[in-house]
Design a protein around this ligand. Structure first.
Ligand code: BTN
Length: 236
């Protein structure tokens, strides 16, 4: 099992940047960078990640024994881990769901985002989880643990996320991406769901046809099956 070593900071630009710096200095597998707030939090597709105090911002240095082409798999297992942690903190009737590629949703609002980046021979796994503070001014609906009636402290949420991550890393190492993909599909929009995928200024509407064995989204429209590696998904 992975042994996490947590380094706590009051404020950073981005935990992914600090974890990348530590990785370049040789920080071991399982080094965790946790901060109370970020001044330059980064999201997918070069977006900002609003990071006021009251939420969880962490990045983990991982040194998995797999080819760089498999980094994307880590985003899927991390989404499963965050969803398990969120479930444990929410009232019993609410369950986290997943949206491609790595969003964790509760009651249709995004509650967590994941950013896995290659950094030399390490992978930096960044996780942002809205615990107490709902960021404002976003173009999509957000949820927080406490706003959904859950009970959590930021440190408590961190410990649950790390425990669940250790579990899903273990599944990945033992059973490979096929097991992660099956578990992810069981918590995501069902196959056949009508999705709209935005890639830059291009949209494709179609029906969700699952994930390929690299985690790419498969979308069927009347003309073809599309294989999508980066984009934003809306459920129609
Ligand atoms: C997304 O766009 O959904 C991914 C968001 C990832 C945000 C986290 S917060 C901790 C880590 N540090 C960053 O700068 N980004 C990630």
């Amino acid at each position: 099992m992975i042994d996490f070593q947590v380094r706590h900071y009051e404020r950073l630009g981005s935990t992914n940047d600090e974890a990348q710096r530590l990785a370049a200095e040789g920080a071991p597998h399982g080094t965790v960078v946790h901060t109370d707030e970020q001044t330059a939090g980064r999201g997918r597709l070069s977006r900002r990640w609003l990071s006021p105090p009251g939420n969880l911002y962490l990045s983990i240095v991982l040194r998995p024994d797999v080819a760089p082409a498999r980094v994307a798999e880590i985003g899927f297992l991390a989404a499963l881990a965050v969803a398990d942690a969120v479930d444990a903190l929410l009232p019993r009737q609410l369950r986290a769901t997943l949206k491609w590629p790595n969003d964790v949703l509760v009651s249709d609002g995004k509650i967590a985002g994941i950013l896995a980046e290659q950094a030399g021979d390490a992978v930096i796994l960044g996780i942002g989880l809205d615990v107490l503070q709902a960021p404002t001014g976003l173009s999509y609906k957000v949820s927080t643990i406490v706003g959904c009636g859950g009970l959590a402290t930021v440190d408590g949420a961190r410990d649950r996320v790390l425990a669940a991550l250790a579990n899903w890393m273990n599944v990945w190492e033992q059973d490979g991406f096929a097991a992660i993909r099956a578990a992810w599909l069981a918590r995501a929009h069902p196959v056949g769901s009508a999705l709209s995928v935005q890639m830059g200024d291009r949209f494709i509407n179609g029906l969700f046809a699952g994930l390929d064995d690299e985690g790419a989204l498969l979308l069927d429209d009347q003309e073809a099956r599309h294989r999508i590696v980066a984009g934003d998904v809306q459920l129609r």
